[in-house]
Write a protein that binds this ligand. Structure first.
Ligand code: HEM
Length: 115
């Protein structure tokens, strides 16, 4: 993997991760008419996070490192919350808190790489 591909992957990955978390927050407060658009953009962001993440995991680490598996679990949760937040608005604070926790765990995993 050359430096240009790696830089592009990093930028797209982090931008999409921000978009994914943003979509979850929006879904906790947005009007019901915004559901379709927010789910669409959240889904695109989610797809970009996993595709760029897997390419970097393969290219940089040869699929080694349990920390990346933990990130995949965090990604699964974050991807589910957008739809859940529109359906179960009364639990909005739960989805927000869980999103913060999963984002924190994903960040600790990539910066500390404990295993
Ligand atoms: C949704 C949650 C996620 C968040 C918030 C997140 C966040 C980040 C951030 C901020 C970086 C940049 C680290 C740096 O400064 O070098 C990064 C890199 C990376 N992420 Fe993610 N990520 C997420 C999901 C994933 C998933 C699902 C995978 C894997 C399959 C993954 C694999 C990677 C890899 C391999 C890198 C490159 C690490 C390196 O440069 O050494 N990430 N992630």
């Amino acid at each position: 993997m050359n430096i240009h591909e790696l830089n592009s992957l990093h930028i797209i990955h982090v931008l999409s991760a921000i978009g994914l978390v943003g979509a979850t927050f929006y879904a906790c407060a947005g009007a019901p008419e915004t559901r379709k658009k927010v789910l669409m953009w959240g889904g695109i962001a989610s797809l970009l996070v996993i595709l760029t993440g897997i390419r970097m995991w393969q290219g940089l680490y040869g699929f080694a490192g349990g920390w990346a598996i933990v990130k995949v679990v965090c990604w699964l949760g974050l991807s589910a919350f957008t739809g859940l937040a529109y359906r179960q608005r009364e639990k909005a604070s739960l989805w927000i808190n869980l999103s913060i926790v999963l984002t924190l765990v994903a960040l600790v995993m990539v910066y500390v790489r404990p295993f």
